[in-house]
Design a protein around this ligand. Sequence first.
Ligand code: ADP
Ligand code: ASP
Ligand code: MG
Length: 385
Amino acid sequence: MSIIVQKYGGSSVKDPAHIQKVAGLIKTRRDEGHAVCVVVSAMGETTDDLLAQARQITATPSRRELDMLLTCGERATMALLAMALHECGVECISFTGSQSGIITNDAHSGARILEVRPYRVQDELERGRVVIVAGFQGVSYKKEITTLGRGGSDTTAVALAAALAAEACEIYSDVPGVFTADPRVVADARKLDQLDPDQMLALAAGGAKVLAQEAVAFARERGIALYARQTGSDDAGTLVRRDGPVGHNTVALAHRDRVLTLTAPDPTQLWTLEQTVQKHGAQVSWAFAGPAGGILAVPLDDAHGIRDALGPDVALHDEWGTVTVTGRSPAYIGGGGPVAARLLSAGITAHGMLCVPGAVTALISSDDVRPALQGLHDALRTEIN
Ligand code: ADP
Ligand code: ASP
Ligand code: MG
């Protein structure tokens, strides 16, 4: 039996009409002869809306209760999609993360998947049913409901694809694939047909949320072919796979408009700070050492509760963002110098630069992020095309 795992993101299931459209797409795939397991996100902006409601009640919501709240979003979608499939005459069943056997640690709001026991999913697929799974959630060994961090439905999909030995994992969103920069910001960004997982990881860490970082890491580790595609489009999308023949000199950019920066007067404090933010569910953080001390930058989405956990000598602000240049071309990526020089020539000062193999990240003022992204994309045009 050839199993396909598909994941539909929030914009693809934003209202009942969109859910009905997705049901039609799933039916087509099933009629082609595949066993289909579908992972869904919460509808539209539901997760943000639920978070905002919690914040109206308290500035410091319990992370356990936040997980109980946020997992409702994906549960609503799974049930509505099951109803829509029933209406199309497709036999199906919906499962929560817990019912699908997604076992995690107990780090609420940023839990890691420890194990997948997909017995019920397998049984139902074998019975010829489409299985719909609520993304972004699991259950700990203590039977606590957990969430996997923002964008975590992608991770659910890849973990299930691995556990089911699926032929492919298709992540559907509102863009036709992975581009050389966010196509909503850089109008002339180019779609990439294929991409090396290492470079995709660097892009995701830099803020390219089209594929979640942990999902890409999981797919790379398990050798799963991961496709980024647009819902309802015939475009083949972008294939992220290790053995890809192309892409070695592709340069691609990512950005975050705002990050939370933590500045400690003594750079040796960075290590302790990093451990604290990781304990609070931050999946990515960058450490920059500079004349003013040590700076740690954390994506805002991951910043729940971090403010309260830090001592008074740590200064916090959110007026800076990041641009990240990824690729393997040594002239641009071998050091931060060329990137910093290009930023400087555009009148943009980097407050910190971080160079790792395959990626350079510059910490710059939020207002500069979008001009810097477009400017670097223009300047690197030869490498990008
Ligand atoms: P979903 O809600 O379906 O999970 P996301 O919003 O998480 O979708 O991801 C899709 C978005 O990712 C796009 O709308 C696009 O703005 C953004 N994005 C950022 N960087 C890139 C990139 N390099 N290529 C494609 N899309 C990107
Ligand atoms: N609904 C969750 C989020 O908005 C998970 C996801 O969509 O992947 O982050
Ligand atoms: Mg997403």
